[in-house]
Design a binder for this molecule. Structure first.
Ligand SMILES: [Zn+2]
Length: 481
């Protein structure tokens, strides 16, 4: 019979000491080991190396021959320092004193074979890594940030941080640019215009204007840990005069009228017709929109197709002269409204597995009715029906399902005419994406050319236009109107 000591460590309340002791006692009985001593280390964190005196005592015991084995539930109970050398050292000292370590959850721990040693080292390394990650996300790190009055949180554009982790200091990297943004907004320049000048999105401009630390020099930081929120003040150098800050923010507030609230539609502007934003600009590749709103006096405008550039800049390239929209709309109406191409749907064209399912279902139904029926004639009829269905199921030959595009009975024209604005936009987009669709002007006469991809890429070989929802149609390329 061999003798051993149990090594139990509970770091901070969460781990159960008695469960560790129980597990060790059970394992010792199974192995025929008698535990003669138990080390209980409470409230000690191995990452600080405070269990070293206990370890030294255990090693001395082993050297005196009081026992030869140290039993732990897992090797992290022994040591969790990042120092792999120290971990190897402990194992080596115990070994050279004639003892060994048994880890219940790591059967290979302390094995003398080479692979066992490697596994042991890997396991110890993983423990060291675990200790590191726990540290990186720990509350302690955040208290260090708080004690340093360091930055915690997001900064607007033109702001950066310097300094080490836990002690990050925020600073404005370009005070001149920030002041320029404030001056422009305060003067009444539009957010979009300022965004263009600084190559920033509109929201970045708004966030910049709203950032209070620009004039207060104070960023309020907060961190919530287990329901408790801690707040601290991070000081920065102010870069904007308070009066300027106030007037620029006043301009943004004035813009927040109910008419400007996004009502869930297109965020930038609502389409005047289904053609707005569909055709690419022949000049720059941006999008052509239709201006069909009322004039300030309340009169309808002549709808014009005009270039509004790319979504970020929203600036006309000025190479495309606005043209009347109505002739173009009529052209598209004619093309799609007169197109008798059949719309196809992806559906089953062969196969009968579903019929077998139906037969089996009707068999279950008959069985249910059999138990509920008392009328003899009805019972006879049900039994006959049941026999017939059983026979059909037995001789059923399954034909594998086969899917293909099959006509839905609807034509492109029918879908176009019956569809609302969103259906029409979807069809136009599908044609543009699959085949290419551009506006060409010849002697002032608009023409819609389909099948010439503006990027020069060849359209899909079989001319399939995917309408989404499993619908599509085939179209011959190079069709023009
Ligand atoms: Zn353009």
């Amino acid at each position: 019979m061999s003798l051993a000591a149990a090594f139990v460590r509970v770091s901070t309340g969460s781990q159960d000491e008695t469960s560790q002791v129980k597990a060790i006692n059970r394992a010792a009985r199974e192995r025929g080991i008698t535990i003669v001593k138990t080390f209980r280390l409470k409230g000690y964190s191995a990452s600080k190396g405070t269990q070293e005196p206990a370890l030294r005592e255990a090693i001395a015991d082993i050297q005196r021959g009081e026992y030869e084995t140290l039993i732990v539930t897992e090797s992290s109970r022994l040591d969790r320092r990042e120092d792999l050398d120290a971990q190897a050292e402990i194992l080596l000292v115990i070994r050279s004193a004639g003892g060994d370590v048994v880890s219940l959850t790591e059967p290979n721990f302390g094995k003398t074979d080479f692979a066992g040693r490697i596994i042991t080292l890997v396991a110890q390394h993983a423990n060291a890594e675990k200790s590191k990650t726990v540290k990186s996300t720990s509350y302690r790190g955040m208290t260090m940030v708080r004690d340093n009055k360091a930055l915690h949180g997001k900064l607007p554009t033109y702001w950066k941080t310097k300094g080490k982790r836990y002690a990050k200091q925020a600073y404005c990297a370009d005070p001149q640019a920030v002041n320029d943004v404030y001056v422009r907004i305060a003067r009444g320049e539009s957010v979009a215009s300022v965004g263009r000048a600084h190559d920033l999105y509109n929201q970045s401009i708004r966030n910049l204007i709203r950032f209070e630390a620009h004039h207060t020099g104070v960023i309020e930081c907060s961190y919530t840990y287990e329901g408790v929120t801690e707040k601290w003040i991070h000081e920065v150098t102010p870069v904007v005069d308070s009066a300027l800050w106030w007037s620029a923010n006043k301009v943004l507030d004035a813009n927040k009228t109910s008419a400007r609230v996004n009502k869930g539609g297109r965020p930038i502007r609502s389409p005047a017709t289904w053609l707005s934003g569909i055709l690419p600009c022949p000049g720059c590749g941006g999008k052509l929109y239709i201006n069909a709103s009322l004039t300030p006096a309340g009169n309808p405008r002549t709808p014009k197709l005009y270039c509004a550039g790319t979504p970020k800049k929203r600036l006309s390239c000025k190479r495309f002269n606005p043209c009347d929209a109505l002739p173009v709309i009529e052209l598209v109406e004619e093309m799609f409204g007169g197109d008798t191409t059949e719309i196809l749907a992806f559906q089953r064209v062969a196969g009968n597995a579903h019929e077998l399912g139906e037969l089996k279902a009707s068999l279950r139904k008959i069985q249910a009715r059999l138990s509920a029926t008392e009328d003899d004639d009805k019972l006879d009829a049900l039994i006959t029906e049941r026999k017939a269905i059983k026979a059909r199921i037995e001789e059923f030959v399954v034909v594998p399902d086969n899917y293909d595009y099959a006509p839905t009975g609807q034509t492109v024209a029918e879908r176009w005419i019956s569809g609302d604005e969103s259906v029409k936009r979807k069809m136009l987009r599908a044609v543009r994406e699959s085949l290419g669709m551009i506006l060409a002007l010849h002697d002032g006469q608009p023409r819609i050319v389909i099948g010439t991809d503006p990027q020069g890429a060849t359209a899909e070989a079989d001319g399939i236009v995917d309408l989404g929802d499993g619908l599509c149609f085939r179209r011959h390329t190079s069709q023009a109107a």
